[in-house]
Design a protein around this ligand. Structure first.
Ligand code: BG6
Length: 477
């Protein structure tokens, strides 16, 4: 007899990618440059390049991982067919902004770019797969950085809204689930990815980042308004790079430190979900010499247009201590954190903490009481292709199984959850390192770090596992 499922019947199982990490075809059909398109791989200084993008723009590298990537632009039909075979109910991808507006500030959209996404969404619909679309996933056109230093400039709000207006109208009836900005808090950590900004010559980089964040928050609220007007069926969400920060000890100093760290991320969602700047931001701005320029009407727009749901990525928890002597560091890139002695880490130093997902979900839900959506989760790992062609990624199955288990616990705790889309459901280029080797997929792509390979797709062991998870609505893990 069928076991009663913990998860709702309409639970949105699927997978997630982003245009800039899988499409390739970087100049095809009139596309302009995306931030990733000017970046080299890890071996050639990707981190340095991310920190000084204007300088990077002038540097000529031998190899750019994103230019061809996994060629999703030409192979999406084959890939979606495989997603359908796994039983996907939804598929998260992003619309590449410079494919639609190559310079960002163009008046007329690029028809060829729009056609691509028409075809892509139609292909999803063919299999009953609901598209889940990130409007800006690390994809502020490079031209906007050159001309305006990206989101530092308030005019980006207008450019972004023009983009939103075009895609909301064009894909009305095809797309219902939207996210305004991927990992909006990332602007504090990688301003080039988050906002097309170079902070190299900024007097007070923190001021620049928070001013840019204000522009994005206003843009997000305005887009939410616009999206609801164009189609009342639209569900528009925010997206947080989540992962609770734990205190290292029960020393109250550590507890306080962890509160501050958590607020760093929640700051954004507090505004997007509650509709106003949190009270603690006042002191933070004063102490960091941040003076935000607000326009008349900004506060009203924020207040009146909060998000419908809260989506987030979760890879790991984090750890902090008030004592500078406690300076152990994981290798993890963006959110390099203290080593937690209770946790194991991935080959890239990302600490693995399934219970941390339950903790994070409960924290977010308690704070906002809006439906949650896990739109990224997964393990970046090296895969080995056996002589018979099989790929036995038991470590990935193990990681995902434990996270699905805790996700269900959170639902039993009372958290309202819309769906689950593990990251990189097909292998793609890592955002942080530019590597292919750091694979997340259920589907293997034959391509290496240097761009060699046939690009052929094959099913990993986790493919069959995930298929059965979906078929049993999460009961058979
Ligand atoms: C998230 C991003 O930060 O983590 C993705 O939204 C990214 O774009 C993912 O790919 C995993 O990080 P990485 O560096 O392993 O690609």
């Amino acid at each position: 007899s069928e076991k009663q499922s913990v998860l709702p019947e309409n639970f949105l199982w699927g997978g997630a990618v982003a245009a800039n990490q899988c499409e390739g075809a970087y100049l095809e059909d009139g596309k302009g440059l995306s931030p990733v398109d000017i970046l080299p791989d890890a071996a050639h200084g990707r981190w340095e390049a991310l920190e000084h993008p204007m300088k990077t723009l002038e540097t000529k590298y031998d190899f750019y991982p994103s230019h061809e990537s996994i060629d999703f632009y030409h192979r999406y039909k084959e890939d979606i067919k495989l997603f359908a075979e796994m039983g996907f109910k939804c598929f998260r991808t992003s619309i590449c902004w410079p494919r639609i507006f190559p310079n960002g500030d163009d008046m007329i959209p690029n028809e060829k770019g729009l056609e691509f996404y028409d075809n892509l969404f139609d292909e999803c619909k063919k299999y009953g797969i609901e598209p889940l679309v990130t409007i800006n996933h690390f994809d502020t056109p490079v031209e906007l950085m050159k001309k305006y230093n990206g989101w530092k400039d308030r005019r980006c709000i207008d450019f972004y809204l023009r983009f939103c207006d075009v895609i909301f109208k064009r894909y009305k009836g095809k797309v219902k689930y939207w996210m305004t900005f991927n990992e909006i808090n990332m602007i504090l950590h990688i301003p080039f990815f988050g906002g097309g900004i170079d902070v190299t010559n900024e007097e007070n980089p923190l001021q620049t980042k928070y001013q840019a964040a204000h522009h994005q928050l206003v843009a997000s609220a305005m887009a939410t308004k616009l999206g609801h007007e164009i189609d009342p069926e639209n569900k528009i969400g925010c997206m947080l790079a989540a992962g609770q920060t734990y205190p290292y000890t029960c020393n109250p100093e550590d507890i306080w430190k962890s509160i501050e760290k958590n607020r760093e991320g929640y700051f954004f969602i507090d505004i997007q979900s509650r509709g106003y700047y949190p009270s603690y931001s006042k002191r933070f701005f004063e102490e960091n010499n941040i003076k935000l320029e607000l326009h008349e009407g900004d506060e009203k727009v924020l207040r009146e247009n909060t998000v419908d749901y809260i989506s987030f990525s979760y890879y790991s928890s984090r750890l902090t201590s008030a004592d500078p002597q406690n300076n152990s560091k994981t290798e993890g890139n963006v959110f390099s954190t203290m080593k937690n002695p209770y946790l194991q880490a991935s080959e890239w130093g990302w600490q693995i903490d399934p219970l941390g997902l339950r903790i994070t979900m409960n924290e977010i839900y308690d704070r906002y009481q809006k439906p949650l959506f896990i739109v990224e989760n997964g393990l970046g790992a090296v895969d080995t292709v056996e002589p018979d062609g099989s790929i036995n990624d038991d470590y990935r199955i193990e990681y995902l199984r434990e996270h699905v288990r805790e996700m269900k616990e959170a639902v039993l705790d009372g958290v309202e959850l819309m769906g689950y889309t593990p990251w990189g459901c097909i292998d793609l280029i890592s955002a942080g390192t530019g590597e292919m080797k750091k694979r997340y997929g259920f589907i293997y792509v034959d391509r290496d770090n240097d761009g060699n390979g046939t690009l052929e797709r094959s099913r990993k062991k986790s493919f069959e596992w995930y298929k059965q998870v979906i078929a049993s609505n999460g009961e058979n893990i």
